[in-house]
Write a protein that binds this ligand. Structure first.
Ligand SMILES: Cc1ncc(COP(=O)(O)O)c(C=O)c1O
Length: 389
């Protein structure tokens, strides 16, 4: 690695996370217990959700939320092709199928009009799954109104969108359920982990039950209530998706810094936007109200540049920037393409975004010098590839 490399992401940890982990290690209780219960309570309070359930990943959270809301054999979820694999894979694990609708022309969000058309065509959809790509919230009012008309659940894939405060509440708390990710590069992280928010107490209880093998008592209850710890029942066919206290301790420390992390990311975005606005060959990302700014998606104007996205991204990388691509749409991935016969032409907006987007470094600990270096490299690369008349 060159010495001036700017990583795509670096987590922001300090003594608070270290102290919290050491405390748990010394307590003798490592698995899901009182620290996780506190984390759930604090997270629920932060986002204003009646129920928050900590899980070992957002992928598990999606599985649990879908199961609790009636996704299973003979049913489908309706989602966007412009997302990570697990949005759809969670439905497949439940024996359900996946239907796709394109994203909006000007954003990376599921298009409510396409959702309406799909629901009119297909009566087997049990849940619409909007994804708040990069932290920019989907039009939840429109999506929830359409879903309600068809009696279909809404499960928000909020893996990118903490903390995304909109007029209707935090993204992830607007639909029937919402699933947040604390994966290593997310806006707050526990290394791996996630949180499911649910509106309905019965949905929350179902998720809690299925998160722990379908066992009707939590381990914490078994070892802290007066009832004998070895007594429990298995009442359904669940999984093991709980978040251990060691990781919840990191989560609590990160949650306490969520607002300051957000301010740092927003300041970097402001600088990028100022520098890139009006520059030929590049577009700044969509910026809806409540954007959590998990990722900075730089769009290339392929009509103006004389190179494609891969060549552009490779040059950024060669200049020392850690870059990425969010996302390879499902019509480009063998499993989903072959199973559902997906074609790029059926999703023109997602296809264009895929071919023209590169994700830039964006994390709270970036120094001013790092941010300026990103700006300079992007501007120089765009200038180098601007088509000459
Ligand atoms: C949009 C989206 N949904 C779901 C997930 C799954 O999250 P996790 O890694 O916590 O399972 C990710 C992961 O990056 C994601 O980007």
């Amino acid at each position: 690695m060159a010495p001036d490399n700017i990583p795509f992401f670096r987590p922001s940890f300090s003594e608070e996370e270290e102290r919290a982990v050491i405390e748990v290690l010394r307590s003798g209780w490592l698995t899901t217990g009182k620290v996780t219960l506190e984390f759930e309570r604090e997270f629920a309070r932060f986002v204003g959700s009646p129920h928050a359930l900590a899980v070992n990943s957002a992928s598990s959270g999606l599985l649990l939320a879908m199961e609790a809301l009636g996704v299973g054999p003979g049913k489908k979820i309706l989602t966007t092709p412009y997302t990570f694999a697990s949005t759809a894979m969670s439905a497949r694990h439940l024996g359900a199928e996946v239907a796709y609708a394109d994203i909006e022309k000007d954003t990376y969000s599921l298009d409510p009009e396409r959702v309406l058309e799909a629901l009119e065509r297909d009566g087997s959809v049990a849940a619409v799954v909007p994804v708040h790509i990069a932290g920019n919230p989907c039009d939840m009012q429109a999506l929830c109104a359409i879903a309600e008309r068809f009696g279909v659940a809404v499960i928000e894939d909020a893996a990118h969108s903490f903390p995304s405060k909109t007029e209707s509440g935090f993204a992830g708390t607007i639909g029937d359920a919402g699933v947040f990710s604390f994966y290593a590069t997310k806006t707050i992280t526990t290394g791996e982990g996630g949180m499911v928010c649910a509106k309905d107490p019965d949905v929350a209880s179902r998720i809690a039950l299925m998160r722990s093998h379908g066992i009707n008592r939590t381990v914490w209850d078994r070892y802290t209530s007066p009832k004998a710890s070895w007594i429990y029942d298995v009442v359904d066919e669940g999984w093991k998706c709980n978040l251990p206290d060691v990781l919840s301790a990191i989560g609590r420390a990160q949650l306490a810094k969520a607002d300051s992390f957000f301010r740092s990311r927003a300041a970097i975005v402001k600088r990028y936007n100022e520098a890139f606005a009006g520059i030929e060959g590049i577009f700044t990302p969509p910026d809806g109200p409540g954007n959590a700014w998990h990722l900075y998606l730089l769009r290339l104007d392929l009509d103006v540049l004389d190179c494609d996205r891969d060549a552009f991204a490779t040059e950024l990388q060669a200049a020392g920037l850690g870059v990425s691509m969010h996302f390879i749409p499902h019509f480009e991935l063998t499993y989903f393409r072959d199973r559902y016969g997906l074609k790029p032409a059926d999703f023109p907006n997602a296809d264009l975004k895929f071919r023209s987007t590169v994700t830039l470094p964006l994390w709270p600990g970036m120094t001013e010098a790092m941010v300026e270096r990103v700006v300079t490299v992007v501007l120089e690369t765009a200038a180098r590839h601007g088509k000459r008349p």
